[in-house]
Every structure is written in C-alpha cells, then in structure tokens.
Write a protein that binds this ligand. Structure first.
Ligand SMILES: C[S@@+](CC[C@H](N)C(=O)[O-])C[C@H]1O[C@@H](n2cnc3c(N)ncnc32)[C@H](O)[C@@H]1O
Length: 976
C-alpha cells in the first residue's frame, strides 16, 4: 500500500522522542514557502450569479460557484504501477458510520507496460482528499490497488479495456463499507472498431480517449464499439461479472444504424430511483447532428434494460449555439438526486467546437424529462489556467452531495488533462446558494451592491479566505442594516424587507462560521446571537452556535443549542448531522469531567477512520515552583499508574515524511518554518492562545517566571477572559518559546500507526510544556491526532512533581548529560545526582565504562555490574537505576542464546531486571518487549496468567488506561 499522505493520529512518547531543538536561526535564510503536502490550487474557476437564460427557473443551482481544490490523485508513481500511464473515470462513494468516515474511489488506469488496456482500481481515504492507493493487484479485503482487469472470455465485450461508470450500493450507505453489496456498471471494450462517418467533426471522437496516445488520427476515423457491463462485489475489491442479455455478456447492444446510439454505448451511470425503478444514463455519438448525446434506459432489476432515448444533445442547431462550452454536446453523465428537493442534477463533460472539454450541470424535476442546463454559455468547471495540471481539459465528472451544515456543498471529482496529455483526478467544490438572495427590482440601487457583496463574501468563504470573507460580510451586514432601518415599516413591499432580513441573518451566520474558523469564538458567538435575534430558530445559525460552543468546550450549552436546532423543519434533512453533534457533546462532557477516554475500539479496528474525539481535560494537578528549574506540574492527589493526568490540544502541528540525508534536513527546516508560521498565526488570531503561549518558558531566567493559574489552561475559563487585541508575540521571544517547548512525535508513532519510518511531526502543547524532565520519570505522553494525553507511567504520590523523559533515560549518565545539554540544561534529578557521586568515588565503574567503550563482552559486563553493586552497596531501588543506565548490555545478553548459556545462571532473571528498571523509570516499550519475549521463551506462549497480568500492567504504564480493553492492549503488545 502506498500512502499518499501522512495523517498520523496516535503517537507514543519513547526513547526516540526528542523535544525539538529548533533549527530556528537558519530558517531565516529560507525563502521557500512550502505549500504543505497537498497541492491545493484554490483557483476560482467560475463564479456566476446570472439566471439561466434557458431555464429562467428557480433552481437551487442557478447560481453555482465552483472552486477547484486541485489534484487529488496523480498517476501511479512507480513505473510498474497498474496506473502509471493514465487515469480517469472516478467513481467516488462516501461512507459514514457512527465513528468513521470512509471514502472509496474506483477509477480506471493503464500502465506504461500496456498503455492501451485499461483496468479498474480502488483507492481509499478518510476525507476524500488524501487517498491511499496500491500499485498492484489487491490481495485482501483491506487492500487497495487494481481490482478488475479486462475480461478473459474471448467472446466477451470487455477483453480490451474496462472503465467504471457507477457503483450502486445495494444496501444502506450508512453501513460499513465492507459489508455492502456493490454493483458496478462499467464500460467494456474489445478491439473491435467501427468506422466513423460524420463529416463535420474535426477532432477525435475519443472512445475511449487515450491521452497517452498523442496521435489524434488514431482515433479520428474509428471508434471502439464499447458496451455497458455489470459486475458485483461484497467488498468493492473482488468482482464477479454478471452476464447481461447481449451475447457478449454486455447488458445491452448499441442501437440500429438509424439510432442515435449506433456507434457505441459508454459511461453507464445508474441511479436507484425506487424499488423496481433503476435508471441508466449513458452517452454515445450521434452522427446525424454530429454531436455527443446523453440518453437513458430503465430497468426493474438492474440487469434487463429498456432504452428510453436521448435526453441531452448538443447546441449546434441552436441559434446562438456556437461558442458554447458544450456546443458539440455532453458526455460522461453523472446523475444524482438533490436531497433538498428530490430533483435530479446531472454533471456532464461538455465538448466545444474545438474538441476542448469542460464540465457543465443540468437539472430535471423527474430525472427523465425536461433537462435544463444550469449555465448557458460557460462551464461550471473549466480548464485550469496557465501551466495548471488540468490546463488541457476537464471531464468525466463525479458529483457528490455532502451531508452537512455548510451552504449546500457538492464535491465534484473529475479527470483533468494537462500538458502532454498527462491525466490526473481532481476535486472541485460547488456551492449552490440554497438561500438565494433574490433580486426583483431596483437593479441599479443598493440592492445590486448588496447582491454583489453577498456573492463575493460567499465566494471568499468557500475559498476559506476567512479574514477577507469577514470583511466583505461586514460591509454587507452594515449596508443591509441601513437598508432595513431606512425602509423598515414604511416599505411598500414588506416582502422585500423580510427577504433582506433573512439575508442579513444568513450573512451573520456565515460571518460567525468564518470567525469560528479563526477561533474568534467570542465574535462568532456575538454574530450567532444577532442572527438568532432575527430568526430565533435559524437552523444553520443554531448549528454554527453549537459548534462554536463545542470549540469553547462548553459541551452542555452546545447540546442545548443542537437540541433546539433539531426542532427546525430543516433538521429532517440533517438529522444525522445534528444528532451526531449531540452525541459528541454528551461524550465530550463526560470525558472532560472524568478524563475517561477509551481508544480500545479504535485500536482494535486497526486505527481505521477518524481518530476518536477527545476533550481537553485537566486532572488532579497544579502548577508550582519546581526543584529542577522554573515551574513544574504537581499532583494534588495520589495518582494511580496509567491514569490520565491531562489531555490538551496542540496550538499547531506540522507533519510530514522526511527523507534521509540532505533532502531530509531541508524538508525538516521547511517543516519547522511552516510550524513557526502556524503558531504565529494562532497567536495573532486568538487572545487566549497568545496568553497561554506567552506564559511558556524561553529558557531564560526560569526561576523568576510567574506561576500561572492552571485555570488559564481550562478552555471553559478562557472564554470569559478572551481578549480581542489581535497582537502578535515578539518573534525572537516566540522562537525561543518554541525552541524550548516544542515536542516531536516520533518513530514509535510510525510503528503504532503502521506509518512510514521517516514520518515526522512537530507540535506545541501548552499545558504539557510545564512538565519538566527527569531521568526517573513518572509520566508518559501519548499523541492521538492533535491531542497529547499525559498519563502516569507509575503510581504518583500527592505533592510529587510530574515529569516525563525528554530523551532516552535507558542510557548511561554521560550520554544523558550530553542530551540534556543539547536541551540547554543540566539535569538536577536524583538519579543524576546519585550516579554522579557514585562515578566520582568509584574507580571500578570508570573502568567498566572504559571496558564498554572498548567493546567488552556484554555478558561479562553485566556480571561485573551485578557483582559490583554488591561491593558498592547499591541496594534496593538504586539497583534499578544502574541497570537502566546499562540497559544496552542487559538487552544484548537477554537476547543472545549464546550469552545466556554462558552467563544466564550468574545474573538475575529477565523478570527481576525488568521489574527493577520499570520501578524507577516507569514503563517503556523496550521493557515491555523484553518481558513479553521472556515470557514466551519460558512458557512457549502466554499461558501464565500472573505474568500476563504483569505485562498488561507494564502496557498500561506505556499506553495508559486509555487502552482499557485487554484485547486492545494485547494487540499493541503484539500478543493478538
Ligand atoms: C518545557 S520547559 C519545562 C517547564 C519549565 N521549567 C518552565 O518553567 O516553564 C523545559 C525547560 O525546563 C527546564 N528543565 C526541564 N527539566 C529539567 C531538569 N530535569 N533539570 C533542570 N532543568 C530542567 C529547562 O530549562 C528546560 O529548557
């Protein structure tokens, strides 16, 4: 499986975690502005609010704004990938269940080895943007990659190429993707071609278009006689063909010579209208008018089809048809039902007189008759400008309506063609103004200005340019208010005032949304409240307010808000969204109060889907003056090992996969630069963040730092003390703060998440930044998504300082000193003090160290340490300290049969050593691994219950009580 993007979600702190010593100074010389990992292009391709000349009707689509988000799937990188040469025909499905979101994309592709033969593959994603794809055939039901090759029956209609048209889920889409029954309608080709007779058509017919075969003439005069086929699958990966009525196994044949669909049938797209009513939309080329046409067929069972005829053709015959983006007709229909009004929406690829392709929309009330184009002359999604990846053509659209609360958002996946015919799959978002601001009069007055402001603000909102959209909404809101008060009461047309007030309410709501994105929660709340004064139960505003309250961790108030939203008639369409938020509020409130988080199910699911939601939580702790340096966190009550101490969300995180060597270092610098920029932005936008970040240490004069009240870190409290001054922190100070307090997510995360070893993430978690280092730590970190959970790695007494390891504490004193130095401090912990004294006074230890440097036999060295401790009067817990320092040699001996044969009887058992070390440094993966291996060797399995319990206890120390189910813990320990 090739991961196209890192999305790490759970990370454990361990020996390899190094708090970040920043390359901050060198960054100043870097000018490259990294565009993050995903090449979003954020280009507005079409923005029109004109009424459809053709329809003149009140379609919710009449004002559509599309926004290209960029390339989401490029060609397969490796030369031998099945999809390295060309890709297209995306068919995208989104599956939602209670706690996960899964996206599937089937698409066709061809390889460099065999560029004329297309196969079908599957990619998966948890957000529809970052896709995981495979380079070879899928093996298991979790795998991704090639899922369907050409047919092998010599008489079959699909022996040369297959391309997906649509996948119909024959059970609910609210079930897990892998238990559904999928019906795939696809286009199959043989090598049989038909001569193409149309005179007027000057560019290639393109069935199938093969952009890698740049010689257009190949396809000019001949087309492949493709037909529609059906295959079914239980898991979307393993497909069985269903034979249709046609002798070739296809579902049906082309029409007779006089019919419009005589040449071929392509891109079958099937819509489930109701029981016993399936509708297929497909395209062909009608040579009488010389244009691409879209037609329909109907079926009761999805297998036997009855053709109904053409439903959408070209515009050649139209009076002013020339110059339209779809003058030569439409193809690749993708039809879907608009959840709002049950009408049908079709996205299609329009072909202009030069053969250039772009994407248009059409609507129909019943999906059969009366299809109307949404925009007349221009496409909804046009080719990219300049050297964009899709500057040659866009087409093969796949439209998805997103459930949710935003302004009627649709996603449109499409095939883009760029320079040299390079293909890729891109994403555009389409907003259909659901609550249109309708203008009926006074086109030159303020109403026109209002309309233009509103369109501009909506567009900016869609482009996620929050600050700009807030500015324009503010203009709109001020002007509307003036307008309302000027005309209020005395207006001859009370209807128009009512509309104006509705628009004002929506604008306030949208501005709140933008402000919430910038974490301007107080302002967002104000906007929501003002909108609700206009319309008490405005659904979208109630949703927005609920989310703002969630953002402020005010879970019970948020719950009330969502409950009120549920009473609105619009809620029926968004029932699951609202009830989903309500469940979230209840869960988070419980978690914030108790700190009871459980990741077991997520772990058991193999970390599939979204990370579990977490609430910020502050346990039994306070900030006080530390013996080490400056401030520290202290337990106010006894804390049992494994218990969560705090859960806090990162101010910012930057993640990526770093390579090795110079390029890896450069990538690291760029990541650091981005990270600094992100923190700077957060600090500038939010007074609360500014205050908590500026309370952190710069590493200077720590003992004179103010001791902040821990309440400052409670999101609940922060709401009341929010300030609005929008200032930045002094850059020098901010860089020092980040240098001292940033933490790096480590390679263990890669292991836990099954991610690439070179995965790298750096972040800032404010409250956790008060935790000092100790070489005998009592706490550990676990990173889950953007949150860090700090838990007790062993029992902690009331009043004890909470500490974790900034670096590997299973290493000798000198090494630890070096690491602390790179952090800019001298460790003042009791273990360092004890060992320093011992080393100064003990010649034998110094000799032992020299021996280790020379590479003395590990067995001998362990024996010397163990025997030495008797002479040096090192007793009880102190033995664990020295064993931790020389962990490397203990590890070596216990892992070597040869050494154990020789020394095994003379040294303590693995269990004794693991117990004594974990007693002083807390749990650690390596101790756990050694205990597990020891148990396996001794018992030949994990049958010994007492030892098993001991190991699970160690596991609890490493991962915390958040892994409450034994089965999940065993999975992490590799015992399941
Ligand atoms: C992330 S901050 C920890 C909180 C810090 N003590 C404060 O007052 O904000 C890291 C800094 O704390 C100090 N520090 C942490 N652990 C220490 C230790 N074991 N001995 C001495 N100084 C320590 C160092 O100055 C280090 O740069």
């Amino acid at each position: 499986m090739e991961a196209t993007c890192a999305n790490p979600s759970i990370v454990t702190a361990s020996r390899t975690i190094q708090p970040y010593r920043s390359p901050a100074l060198s960054l100043r010389f870097l000018t490259y502005r990294n565009k993050r990992f995903f090449p979003y292009s954020l280009t507005v391709t079409r923005c029109s609010t004109t009424k459809s000349r053709e329809t003149g009707q009140d379609s919710t689509f009449e004002s559509s704004i599309s926004l290209k988000k960029g390339l989401v799937l490029d060609l397969g990188v490796s030369k031998d990938s099945w999809d390295s040469e060309e890709i297209g025909s995306p068919v995208v499905k989104r599956f939602l269940s209670d706690n996960e979101e899964r996206w599937y994309m089937w698409y066709h592709g061809s390889s460099k080895q065999n560029p004329v033969s297309d196969c079908i593959g599957l990619a998966v994603s948890n957000n529809g943007i970052h896709w995981e794809r495979g380079k070879g055939k899928v093996e298991s039901s979790d795998d991704v990659g090639l899922v369907m090759s050409c047919g092998e029956d010599w008489w079959g209609f699909d022996t040369a190429s297959v391309r997906p048209g649509e996948v119909v889920i024959m059970s609910s889409s609210k079930v897990r993707a892998n238990s559904s029954v999928y019906w795939m309608y696809y286009t199959g080709y043989t090598t049989e071609t038909v001569e193409f007779q149309s005179q007027g058509f000057t560019s290639g017919l393109g069935n199938p278009e093969r952009f890698h075969l740049c010689d257009e003439n190949v396809e000019k005069s001949r087309v492949y006689r493709s037909l529609p086929g059906l295959a079914i699958s239980q898991d979307g990966r393993h497909w069985a063909r269903i034979e249709g009525e046609h002798h070739s196994g296809a579902l049906f044949d082309v029409g007779s010579e006089k019919d419009w669909d005589f040449y071929y049938i392509a891109s079958p797209h099937v819509v489930f209208h109701g029981d016993g009513d399936l509708r297929m939309y497909y395209h062909s080329f009608d040579d009488k008018p010389g244009e691409f046409c879209i037609g329909m067929a109907r079926s009761r069972d999805g297998i036997k089809w009855l053709k109904l005829g053409k439903i959408l053709g070209g515009r050649i015959s139209e009076k002013d048809g020339s110059g339209f983006f779809d003058e030569l007709g439409g193809r690749y229909p993708c039809v879907t039902r608009n959840k709002r009004d049950e009408s049908y929406v079709m996205a299609y690829e329009g072909v202009d007189r030069n053969g250039k392709t772009s994407i248009g929309l059409a609507v129909s009330k019943d999906g059969i008759n009366d299809w109307k184009r949404v925009q007349d002359e221009e496409a909804v999604v046009a080719v990219g400008e300049g050297s964009a990846w899709d500057n040659e053509g866009v087409g093969c659209p796949y439209l998805i309506e997103m459930d949710g609360d935003s302004d009627h958002q649709w996603r449109l996946y499409y095939r883009g063609v760029g320079n040299g015919g390079r293909t890729g799959i891109g994403l555009a978002e389409i907003a259909m103004g659901g609550e249109q601001f309708e203008l009926e009069e006074d086109r030159d007055g303020p109403l026109e200005l209002l309309q233009s402001l509103r369109s501009k603000a909506t567009e900016l909102l869609l482009r996620e340019e929050w600050e700009e959209s807030i500015k324009v909404y503010t203009e709109f809101i001020d002007l509307s208010r003036r307008q309302v008060s000027r005309n209020g009461g005395s207006d001859p047309n009370p209807d128009s005032i009512a509309k104006l007030r509705r628009s004002l309410c929506l604008a306030l709501c949208n501005r709140a949304e933008a402000r919430a994105r910038l974490r301007d929660f107080l302002e967002a709340m104000r906007d929501c409240d003002q909108a609700l004064e206009i319309e008490k139960t405005h659904f979208k505003t109630l949703l927005c307010k609920g989310k703002v309250l969630l953002g402020l961790s005010k879970y019970s108030l948020a719950l009330e808000c969502f409950k009120t939203a549920l009473l609105d008639p619009q809620a029926s369409d968004n029932f699951e969204t609202v009830t989903g938020y309500m469940e979230k509020c209840k869960k988070l409130e419980f978690q914030a109060k108790t700190g009871a988080f459980d990741l077991s199910d997520w772990i058991l699911s193999g970390f599939r889907g979204r990370c579990p939601e977490l609430a910020e939580f502050i346990g039994l702790i306070e900030i006080k003056k530390s013996e080490f340096s400056g401030r520290g966190l202290f337990a106010t009550k006894n804390i049992v090992g494994g218990t969560s101490i705090l859960v806090t969300k990162a101010v910012a995180i930057e993640r990526g996969i770093l390579g090795n060597g110079e390029s890896g270092e450069k990538a690291q610098l760029i990541m650091w630069k981005n990270f600094v920029e992100e923190v700077t932005e957060s600090v500038r936008k939010c007074g609360r963040t500014r205050r908590v970040v500026s309370a952190l240490s710069t590493g200077q004069d720590e003992d004179n730092l103010e001791i902040p009240d821990i309440a400052l870190f409670r999101p609940d409290e922060a709401f009341e003390t929010y300030d609005d001054s929008k200032q930045s922190l002094d850059t020098e100070k901010l860089l020092s703060i980040l240098d001292v307090n940033s933490l790096v997510e480590d390679a263990v995360s890669a292991k836990v998440m099954g991610k690439n070893k070179e995965y790298y993430g750096v972040g800032l978690w404010t409250l956790a930044s008060f935790i000092n280092h100790s070489c005998i730590p009592n706490a550990r970190r676990l990173h889950v998504g953007d949150y860090v959970i700090v838990h007790a790695s062993r029992d902690i007494k009331a009043g004890e300082e909470i500490t974790f390891a900034y670096f590997d504490v299973l290493s000798p004193l000198e090494k630890r000193k070096e690491m602390a130095e790179s952090w800019g401090f001298r460790c003042g912990c009791s273990r360092c003090k004890f060992e320093s004294v011992l080393y100064v006074t003990n010649q034998e230890i110094r000799e032992l160290e020299m021996g280790l440097e020379r590479g003395v036999d590990a067995g001998n060295a362990v024996y010397m340490v163990e025997e030495g401790m008797k002479r040096w009067k090192v007793k009880g817990k102190d033995k664990g300290l020295l064993r931790a320092s020389y962990w490397g040699i203990y590890d070596e001996i216990y892992n070597s049969e040869r050494l154990m044969k020789r020394w095994g009887r003379k040294i303590p058992t693995v269990e004794v050593v693991v117990d004594s070390v974990s007693d002083v440094v807390g749990s650690d993966e390596r101790l756990m691994k050694m205990a597990v291996e020891g148990m396996m060797k001794k018992n030949g399995g994990c049958s010994n219950i007492v030892e098993m319990e001991k190991i699970l206890k160690l596991g609890k120390g490493v991962y915390g009580k958040v892994v409450s189910k034994k089965k999940a813990m065993k999975t992490l320990l590799g015992l399941e």
